[in-house]
Every structure is written in C-alpha cells, then in structure tokens.
Design a protein around this ligand. Structure first.
Ligand code: ADP
Ligand code: ADP
Length: 229
C-alpha cells in the first residue's frame, strides 16, 4: 500500500499562472521522497492535490493504481496523514493532544510516537525545559513544538502515506533532520513519506525530486544528484 503516481498533471490556481505543468513522477510504496526546489516551484501544490484539497485540471493522480477522484474522502483521509503547517492544539496535555483521534492506541505507542517527533521521555518534556506532564493542563507551546505534536499525532495514526510540508517549517534545521531520520526509521518500509522542503539537502530521502516551475527538473538519489552537480 502507498504507491503514488502523478501522470501528466496540470493544475493552476489562476489561468495566467500554471502551477504544475505536465507533471509526471512515481513515488514507490514505503519510500521516503523529498520534494525540493525554489520557493513557488510547486511543492506545496503537489501535496494539496494529493490530499484532494484541490483537483487536477487534467491528468491523474493515483494511489496503488486507483485514481484518487474515485475513492471516498473518508478513505483518502485514512490513507494519508498530513502534518499541517499551523496546528491548533487543545488546551490540554501534550499526551492528550497526541492521543486525540487515536483513542484506541495504547499508552506505549503514544510515547513511541512522541519520541520519533523528538519529544523526549515519559514526562513529555521539551528540550528547553518546559514540562508538560501527563495530566497537566494549560498547554503553551512554541510553533516548532506544536509542529512536533502534530507529527507525533500523525505517526500514531500510522497511515500508509504521510505528507510533511516543511517548505515553511517552524522547526530549526537540526530538529528537522532528527525528525526526518526518526520518521524514516520508525516507518521503515511501511510508510510512504513525502517531505516538501525548502532546502536541497535532505539526507534520509530514498528519492529526491527537484521541482521548479511546476515540473520535475531533476530526480535521483542524493548521491546521483551530487554527481550531476
Ligand atoms: P512551493 O511549495 O514550491 O513554494 P507552491 O506550490 O506554493 O510552491 O506554489 C506554486 C505556484 O502556485 C506559485 O506560482 C505560487 O505563487 C502559486 N500558488 C500557490 N498557492 C497559491 C494560492 N493559494 N493561490 C494562488 N496561487 C498560488
Ligand atoms: P515562539 O515565540 O518561538 O513560538 P514562545 O516564546 O511562545 O515560542 O515559547 C518559548 C518557550 O516557552 C516554549 O518552549 C514554550 O513551551 C515555553 N512557554 C510558553 N509559554 C509558557 C508559560 N506560560 N509557562 C512556561 N513556559 C512557557
């Protein structure tokens, strides 16, 4: 589960400016794929189309051979976990906020997900020392911390595909790298991970797609792209 194919996709928000142009690529199931390239290139748009926030103008997007326009929104939501840019949290503990929506998940899984999102130890302490204990109320977190809670929540949901838009991330580069590494280790071959990133240096991707002016201008592994440069 989790092979994503873009076939000749065209999309524009406004007719004078085509955001994606005859875009075709394949993301193999279970792989970590990085979408990189200049701002305005089309990375976020690709993620929005994949989640059917918008529909393609022409061409098609399929998951495991099925056109995403032919599956229900509900099934799409179950199959794709999106880490939003701006997460609104409940005024409750970090634990509750991660657990929310996955109420059947055992406590152990919540802590595992938290750890993968770089939220350490059982008291769910953030590295800067502000403790949000299990049971403690009144959550006040920075933008980057909220993003990590959102990542942990998505990991806990365990969908076949996870979309991570770091194009305008609140995370610092070191934390981003740690989370990417933890994510790809934790999800191993089970989860297709699509990361949109403003930088061209993503270490843990199996495949890097360089997106510019709505097209794939380069693709390959990290090593292949370095050789080309
Ligand atoms: P990236 O994620 O690589 O920075 P985007 O997908 O956000 O690129 O943008 C691709 C193109 O679509 C750009 O020309 C951008 O200006 C345009 N665009 C993005 N979002 C919108 C929007 N909501 N309304 C109109 N145009 C948009
Ligand atoms: P940013 O401006 O980067 O979004 P904040 O200034 O809001 O971040 O928060 C910085 C740090 O202070 C965070 O680790 C946050 O958890 C902590 N913090 C924010 N509000 C409180 C509070 N009322 N009591 C204790 N720690 C807090």
């Amino acid at each position: 589960e989790g092979t994503v194919v873009f076939d000749n996709v065209n999309f524009s928000y406004d007719p004078r400016n085509q955001a994606l142009k005859n875009l075709s690529f394949t993301i193999p199931k279970g792989k970590t794929v990085a979408l990189v390239g200049p701002s305005g290139g089309g990375k976020s748009t690709i993620l929005r189309l994949l989640f059917r926030f918008y529909d393609v103008n022409s061409g098609s997007i399929s998951i495991d051979g099925q056109d995403i326009r032919s599956v229900t929104q509900e099934s799409l939501r179950r199959n794709i976990g999106v880490v939003p840019q701006d997460t609104v949290l409940f005024n409750d503990t970090v634990f509750y906020n991660i657990h929310y929506g996955n109420v059947n998940a055992p406590e152990e899984e919540v802590f595992k997900a938290a750890q993968a999102a770089q939220i350490h130890d059982r008291t769910l302490t953030f590295p800067d020392g502000y403790k949000t204990r299990v049971g403690e109320r009144g959550l006040r977190l920075s933008g980057g911390e909220k993003q990590r809670v959102a990542i942990a929540r998505t990991i806990l949901k365990n969908p076949p595909i996870i979309l991570l838009d770091e194009a305008t991330s609140a995370l610092d580069t070191t934390t981003e790298r740690q989370i990417q590494k933890a994510l790809s280790q934790m999800t191993a071959d089970r989860t297709t991970l699509v990361i949109a990133h403003r930088l061209s240096t993503i270490v843990n991707a199996d495949l890097i797609l360089c997106i510019k002016d709505g097209q794939v201008v380069e693709q390959g592994t990290h090593e292949e792209l370095i050789r080309l440069a």
